[in-house]
Design a protein around this ligand. Sequence first.
Ligand code: HEM
Length: 191
Amino acid sequence: MDPSNGSNSGSFTDTATSNFKLIYREKVAHGVLMIVAFVILFPSAALYLRLGRSSNTVAIHGGLQIFALAVAIAGFGLGISLANKFGLLTHYHPIIGIVVVAGLAIFQPAMGLLQHRYFRRSGGKSIFAYLHRWFGRAMLALGIINVGLGFHLVREVYPSDAPWGATIAVSVVIGIVGISYILVVALTVRA
Ligand code: HEM
C-alpha cells in the first residue's frame, strides 16, 4: 500500500503510518536494486566481456560484476527483511532469490577467477570457463524471472504497489536486454 495517501492523526495511527511508509520504501528500494542489478548491471558486464577490446577486459568484467553483486546483495538484504516481516521466507520468490544471490556470491567469482588464472598460465579454456559461463547465464535468467515473480507477489498482496505502468516498462526493458544478449552472443561465437 502506498502510504502517502493517508491522513490519519493520533500516536497509534502515526506509528502505523510511519511503519507502512518504511515498509513501502523498503519494498520499492528492494525492487529497484534487484531490477538495476539483474536487468542492467549483470547483463551489461557479461556483454562487455564479448564487446570489450582492451587487454584488461576480463579484469574490468570481473570488477563490474562484483559491483553488480554488491548491488544485488544490498537488494537481497532488504528482501530478506521484508520476507521476514511478512512471514514469506518459504514463498517461492524469496527462495529463488536466496538460491540465485547465494549461488552468484559463492560460486561465480571463484569460477571466473579460476578460469582467469588458468588462461594466464596456459592461454586456454578450462572446465571453469564453461561452468562460469553457463551457471552465470542460468542464474541471470532465473534472477530476471524472479523480478517478474516479485511483481506478481506484490500484486497478490497490494496491487497498487506494482502498477501496470511500471510492470510493463520493466518487461519491455527485459525484452530488449534479452534480445540484445542473444544477438551479441550469436554474433560473437566463441568456443
Ligand atoms: C558475480 C560475479 C560474476 C558474474 C555474474 C559473471 C557472469 C559472467 C557471464 C554471464 C559470463 C558469460 C558471458 C557470455 O554469455 O558469454 C561470464 C564470462 C566470463 N567471466 Fe564472469 N562473472 C562474474 C565474475 C567474474 C570474475 C570475478 C572473473 C575473473 C576476473 C570473471 C571472468 C570471466 C571470464 C574469463 C569469462 C569468459 C568465460 C568463457 O570463456 O566463456 N567473471 N561471466
